[in-house]
Write a protein that binds this ligand. Structure first.
Ligand SMILES: *Cc1c(COP(=O)(O)O)cnc(C)c1O
Length: 468
């Protein structure tokens, strides 16, 4: 008796025979022999199992190799790639926050492919300090005596607390015990830094005398945290930084301020709402100020500490600094971005983060008019597209209640035919995924951050919206 399943399995070619075929030669050229061999072995195993089923049908080598080609191609594609951020949130943490200038990219390219004087003093030929490359700009731009740079602001806060207050108490207002997306909570960072948090005042009101009464011989610092992603409104009271600094200094304690976003310029001069700067904070008496490199500053992911020289020297000597330090690529990018700040009058053109934040609604609406026909053509008759006014967010917790008048495309199903989630998925499946947001029965594409307009339009014909 013939067992059809066994016969089908016997008909399966060996890996060696497949490797000799012309179709597989194409795969080897694209993906290499090692990867293709391992892949074919696994795929044949799967096929053998499939053929064991009673009505599995026959083995079709052409279709088998076609499906292998598709899977290999898909698995070799990078998963981290450029996208179009049309969410309306300019500094979108999940989309990599600040977009950086070409000058930074060019500098990083050189630093990647050639040796650099990362920790080498060219004047003396002796060992140098890696942070020195950005410290000179940070001191000039903030008024701090010395700077330290680490991997991100969470690391900066950790390092400051761990250096200055290990096994001691740090006073923080109850209204500032913040949580930032992605599990950054001030109380958790404090306990991991080996510091005891002493909560002062109440959620909505904290007074100077609350801090004064909480100081004990175990107190090692007073800390203020920027309430980045929320505002306490109504019956509120906070203590001005200058008063907290004075109190801290009366007791010989350092005053630490976590500024979060930390823009280096007066945003009002660019038509944006005011956000406190490290310079203002230091002028008000802060001894250590920490902030992010990739929020309003518009640079790479980094955490920056600026302030009093003696404290910065101690922070730089903390053994954990070594674990949290910046690499040469980030330092190179940061240096290139900070140098743009030396020409504040050109900054709104040269720093992408600021350029996008200061784009006028009229300019964005003109762009919406330009791209609308291509979007409508790609969508077809199941959808209608309109230009709509909208509001962009700055993002990354900066200025959470302020929004910027913007413009974009609102896409709606025509006669309730299209499914908005399917449309959003199809846009995400494009070679350079397009990320919008669904709001009020429409998929909204806020065009504030649409650079590379030609690339956006060029890939639209590949849009495939699934019907089921
Ligand atoms: C964003 C933020 C942080 C965390 O900064 P990262 O650079 O994301 O690590 C810490 N504190 C405040 C107040 C923030 O806004």
């Amino acid at each position: 008796m013939v067992n059809p399943a066994a016969a089908a399995r016997r008909a399966l070619p060996s890996v060696d025979r497949l490797l000799g075929s012309e179709a597989v030669a194409v795969l080897i050229a694209a993906h290499g022999r090692t990867r293709v061999t391992a892949f074919l072995r696994r795929a044949l195993d799967v096929e053998r199992e499939r053929l064991a089923a009673p009505d599995a049908g026959a083995f079709d080598q052409t279709r088998f190799l076609q499906s292998c080609a598709v899977t290999l191609e898909r698995s070799a594609a990078p998963s981290l790639k450029p996208v179009f951020n049309l969410t309306g949130t300019v500094l979108h943490t999940n989309l990599g926050r600040a977009v950086m200038p070409e000058s930074a990219a060019a500098a990083v390219m050189a630093a990647m492919t050639r040796p650099v004087n990362l920790e080498f003093d060219l004047a003396t030929g002796a060992r140098g300090e890696r942070d020195s490359h950005v410290e000179r700009w940070l001191a000039e731009l903030t008024g701090g005596e010395k700077a330290v740079a680490v991997n991100n602001n969470a690391a900066a806060v950790y390092l400051a607390l761990n250096t200055l207050a290990l096994k001691h108490e740090v006073l923080v207002s109850r209204g500032e015990l913040i949580e930032i997306g992605g599990a950054f909570r001030i109380p958790d960072i404090m306990s991991r830094a080996g510091v005891k948090l002493v909560e002062v005042g109440t959620t909505n009101r904290t007074h100077l005398k609350d801090f004064a009464e909480a100081i004990t011989p175990r107190t090692a610092a007073i800390m203020k945290v920027h309430t980045s992603n929320y505002v306490v409104q109504g019956f509120t009271a906070t203590v001005p930084e200058s008063d907290l600094a004075k109190l801290a200094h009366e007791y010989n304690l350092p005053f630490i301020v976590d500024l979060g976003s930390g823009t280096l310029i007066n945003l009002e001069e660019y038509g944006l709402p005011h956000e406190r700067t490290p310079r203002e904070t230091i002028a008000d008496g802060a001894d250590v100020v920490t902030f992010s490199g990739d929020k309003l500053l518009g640079g790479p992911q980094a955490g920056l500490l600026v302030g009093r020289k003696d404290l910065m020297v101690r922070i730089a000597k903390n053994p954990m600094k070594r674990a949290l330090r910046l690499d040469k690529l980030t330092l190179t990018a940061l240096d290139a971005v900070l140098r743009l700040y030396l020409h504040p009058e050109r900054l709104h053109e040269e720093l992408p983060a600021l350029r996008l934040l200061t784009r006028s609604a009229g300019d964005i609406a003109a762009q919406a008019t330009r791209v609308l026909p291509a979007v409508a053509a790609a969508l077809g008759d199941d959808w209608k597209v309109e230009i709509a006014a909208c509001k962009s967010q700055i993002g990354s917790g900066a200025l959470p209640v302020d929004s910027l008048p913007s413009s974009g495309l609102a896409i709606m199903p025509a006669e309730k035919k299209g499914n908005l989630n399917k449309l959003a998925a199809a846009l995400r499946a494009l070679p350079a995924p397009v990320i919008g947001h669904i709001n009020d029965g429409a998929l909204m594409l806020d065009l504030r951050c649409l650079d590379h307009e030609d690339g956006f339009v060029a890939q639209l014909p590949q849009l495939k919206i699934s019907k089921q």
